[in-house]
Every structure is written in structure tokens, then in C-alpha cells.
Design a protein around this ligand. Structure first.
Ligand code: ADP
Length: 161
């Protein structure tokens, strides 16, 4: 079998069990999964790039077949530089569809040789987003079933500041 790598890009602000669920699924299909953390995002991340990378490294420790990197600029250019032909994105609800569909087709126009593959999380995480997580945490909700304990602690610490 040919060895096949994939890039999983995102802002991961912060990484949740939804992202982790997708990464586990991806590692069962691809030999190597590069988690590519966007340096900048229109969503204005709460956590610095270093914090986001640190949290991902911590909670993915021991997982085989992954690497964690940061990137800036177009995902397709990043993919080409790394000679990777697959981009992984997650589909939760229908509400993700329109944006993800537009982005996948735009990326295809920019790079015909790079394919976007969509994975669906376990239904238990299909409503979970980093944005809602931060909102719920800031209102004092129990978020222990959404993120690993290490990230829960970091998020609570950040929101206290
Ligand atoms: P971005 O800012 O690029 O959307 P995110 O970190 O929010 O970055 O998400 C990265 C990818 O992970 C997106 O494709 C998103 O749909 C997916 N994703 C986020 N949360 C979940 C989840 N709970 N289940 C499955 N996919 C998810």
C-alpha cells in the first residue's frame, strides 16, 4: 500500500474532544496526520499560537502517526510544500456544510491536486465547537466532558485573567 499523509488544519482554540475524535479517526485511515495550527485566524484566537501548540502536544502525547506544526497563509500551499495531497476537515451539523463546501471548492480551484476529505465525529461531539466551549466556560459551565483536564485547567486560568 502507498503511504499516505494528511493535513488537519484549524485554529484549535483550544483543542476539544471533537478535534481529538477526528484525529483518531484520521490516524486509522492515513499513515501520517499533520495537525496544522493556524498562526492567525479571523476568529481572533483567545490562546497564543504557542499555548495552542503546547496544549495539543500535551493531549496528543503517545498518539502514533501524528505531528503538530504551525502554518501561515494558504493551506493548499502548505500542503504542496509538504507534498501532502489530503486535507482533513470535520463536519458536525448541516450548519458546517455551506462554509466547508465553499472552502473545499475554493481550495480545489487553487490546487486541483489536493483533495479535501471530510470526517464526522462521534455524535456525542457533533454539537461541540471551540467557540461554544469558551462561551460556556466563561459562564462557569462544567466543561470536563468537552476537553481533557489539562485544557480545562488552561482555559479556566485564561478566563480568570
Ligand atoms: P477553523 O477555524 O479552521 O474552523 P477549528 O479549530 O474551529 O478551526 O476547526 C478545525 C476543523 O475541525 C474544522 O473542520 C471543524 O469543522 C472541525 N471541528 C471542530 N470541532 C469539531 C467537532 N466537535 N467535531 C468534528 N469536527 C470538528
Amino acid at each position: 500500500m502507498l503511504s499516505q499523509a494528511a493535513i488537519y488544519p484549524g485554529s484549535f482554540d483550544p483543542m476539544t474532544y471533537g478535534h481529538l475524535d477526528l484525529i483518531k479517526r484520521a490516524t486509522q485511515i492515513f499513515d501520517k496526520v499533520i495537525i496544522a495550527v493556524a498562526k492567525t485566524s479571523p476568529k481572533k484566537p483567545l490562546f497564543s499560537l504557542n499555548d495552542r501548540l503546547g496544549m495539543i502536544n500535551e493531549v496528543t502525547q503517545g498518539m502514533k502517526g501524528i505531528s503538530v506544526e504551525s502554518f501561515d497563509g494558504l493551506v493548499v500551499e502548505y500542503a504542496r510544500r509538504h507534498k501532502v495531497r489530503v486535507i482533513i476537515r470535520g463536519l458536525r451539523m448541516i450548519s458546517d456544510f455551506e462554509y466547508e463546501f465553499q472552502m473545499a471548492l475554493t481550495n480545489r480551484r487553487l490546487a486541483e491536486d489536493v483533495e479535501t476529505v471530510f470526517l464526522m465525529p462521534s455524535e456525542g461531539y457533533s454539537f461541540l465547537s471551540s467557540t461554544l466551549l469558551k462561551e460556556a466556560a466563561s459562564l462557569g459551565a462544567d466543561i470536563s466532558s468537552f476537553v481533557p483536564a489539562f485544557i480545562e485547567k488552561k482555559l479556566k486560568g485564561k478566563l480568570k485573567k
